[in-house]
Design a protein around this ligand. Sequence first.
Ligand code: NDP
Length: 314
Amino acid sequence: MSGKKERNKERREKRLQEISLLRTIPYSDHQRWWSKETIAVVTGANRGIGFEIAKQLAGHGLTVILTSRDTSVGNEAAKVIQEMGFNLDVHRLDILDSESISAFIDWIKHKYGGVDILVSNAGVNYNLGYDNSVEFARRVIETNYYGTKNMIKAMIPVMRPSAVGARIVNVSSRLGRLNGRRNRIQDANLREKLTNLETLSEELIDRTVSFFLQQVEDETWQSGGWPQTFTDYSVSKLAVNAYTRLLAKELSDRPQGEKIYVNCYCPGWVKTAMTGWQGNIPPEVAADTGVWLALLSDQAITGKFFAERREINF
Ligand code: NDP
């Protein structure tokens, strides 16, 4: 292993040890703004990182709604957490299906009156190792970007006003960094437009992902200057990151008492089905930054991107 790789590995291991330690420190009474009346929804929570986020939030004493696109798998996963004595409910939710989203929103409004936290975790990736197939690009973009966005839009009207503010946490990826040193969009002009909050718009994000999908269809995407690693997935997460910043800006106009804070984070390379269990960190550690963001008592944080509880650049 090269010296640089070795140092990076050491740094990552040290940070993971710090995170393990931070996880053992209980929240103090003045930090605990939540109670069992606080409702947190986690998408794609039947396994992997989503399951861990649901378990940890429930462990902190919130009421968690574990959602899953497969009812019986969701019920089985929920049972595991319920048997730990935590408050956890379960409901079907497929973020690709607008009827499933509406049915979920109706149910939650009727049963709980509203929601305080949304963790948008559901996602797909069909590449492993050195693969870079775009065979499922449309599904990846539809799920990771449009599904996440549609779910957030449906959820905002049922997010409850509160003094501490409601929270949205999007589980994203460093692969979607706009200005990373590697794996970024080559077109500096497009990067600048997507980076600058004055020029960033939902239409620009949608247009960017549509252009990518058009190039996939035309089989010209390889020379299109797109990220080089897991291209479809990277474009989908780039869109999630850009949408997080845009939404934070749009939501910042809301009056005090009706604030909604929205951030995203990269969980690292995680041992889950998505990586064929090849990742280097366990889901319980990967869930940590998402849980921490959902429970932040510092209300000023919105529109940011985190990894291992530290802010990173988009
Ligand atoms: P998993 O594949 O283990 O879990 C993904 C979850 O998303 C599953 O519960 C899956 O449901 C669900 N899901 C997929 N499509 C939909 C849909 N249309 N509607 C509702 N739920 C859906 O992956 P991870 O736990 O690793 O990934 C969780 C998140 O973390 C994803 O957003 C991923 O992109 C992100 N991430 C993961 C990394 C990693 O190294 N693992 C790295 C960076 C980011 P089902 O079981 O039915 O398929």
